[in-house]
Design a protein around this ligand. Sequence first.
Ligand code: MLT
Length: 420
Amino acid sequence: LILDGKSITLPVIEGTEHEKAFDIGKLRDQTGYVTLDSGYKNTGATKSAITFLDGEEGILRYRGYPIEQLAEKSSFLEVAYLLIYGALPTEAELSHFSGQITKHTLVHEDMRKIFDGFPSATHPMAILSSLICALTGFYPQSVSPDLSPEEMELNIIRLLAKMPTIAAWTYKNNMGHPLNYPRNDMDYCANFLYMMFSFPTEKYDINPVVVSALNKLLILHADHEQNCSTSTVRLVGSANASLYGSVSAGINALWGPLHGGANQEVIEMLEAIAADGGDTSKFIAKAKDKNDSFRLMGFGHRVYKNFDPRAKIIKKAADEVLQALGMQDSPLLKIAQELEQAALTDQYFIERKLYPNVDFYSGIIYKALGIPTEMFTVMFALGRLPGWIAQWKEMRENKEPIGRPRQIYTGELERDYVEM
Ligand code: MLT
């Protein structure tokens, strides 16, 4: 325990009354002392039964299920159900859940008026967060602090259903293309791809490999315990703000390049290496040179100290997508493979545990699908949505108090006001 900057060792004998008496958390609460760790910003105070993450061992589990099994065997909607309601759905539950979502995919036509006001240069995340917040105007009961379980359920369904429609609009706005209405005969991922890439004048063929890769990508991003956007959703929601308002805040947090921008940085790095002539050995040497500011993007991870469990799954999906789209020989992919090879075989990278992470591969898939880099965070938001909803719901159902991170004051203690 740190008290007044001094480390104190408390004698605690396990499993006795003694242990209870010296419960460190209790002692800290009782004495009112707090220690400052600005990296955590007090989010360690959150209890949650949703996602388990062990950064040392490279373990990620949703509600106890390993991410590897979920990505392999489940659909994104099954995982969304699991995160939000705590158990994998039965066949009947899943059919009801996806049926309800399909029923609500259309967005109110008056939302188009708000949407049409955005200049085409608007960043897709600005449109996404604005329109998600604007849903409160169309569903006023959603702002009530006393939602019945049925009302909460309907708000959740509406958000899951309308998010892909609005996300596809943001892309169409950037491109200046006509909007597509949702196709309710398609599943969640296929419908999203249809709304993104089809034109009224052309037949749209769904590629099952691409749909499967998108399904995996969304599952892998569905929750990641208390990251910046998720704790934002919980904190905003703890003031009894609506689900739509809280998720809108989370979207803005995710838009911050330090949180959601990693895969965009990977693609920009690969493009810069390609523009320079594609000599990866030159950039690997730069990465090793501590006097050079160049950094390899998409290697290592702040949370995972040994490997990112999501990376292996997504690497396989990336290989399958590139194969299915006949893009195995793309110059960007060649550069990515050479960097990946270096990271996995070169002692410098092995010793520093700089393995390729999930962002390294997700950007490659999105790029192959023709999704512009500005849309990468929108794709992340689409995946993270069930996690945000589950965390908001858990926080509300547990009747958690309003969040108020403590601060350590570092300014002047008291100053005399001198009139000018
Ligand atoms: C995430 O998936 O949210 C990112 O890896 C960031 C994080 O967990 O802090």
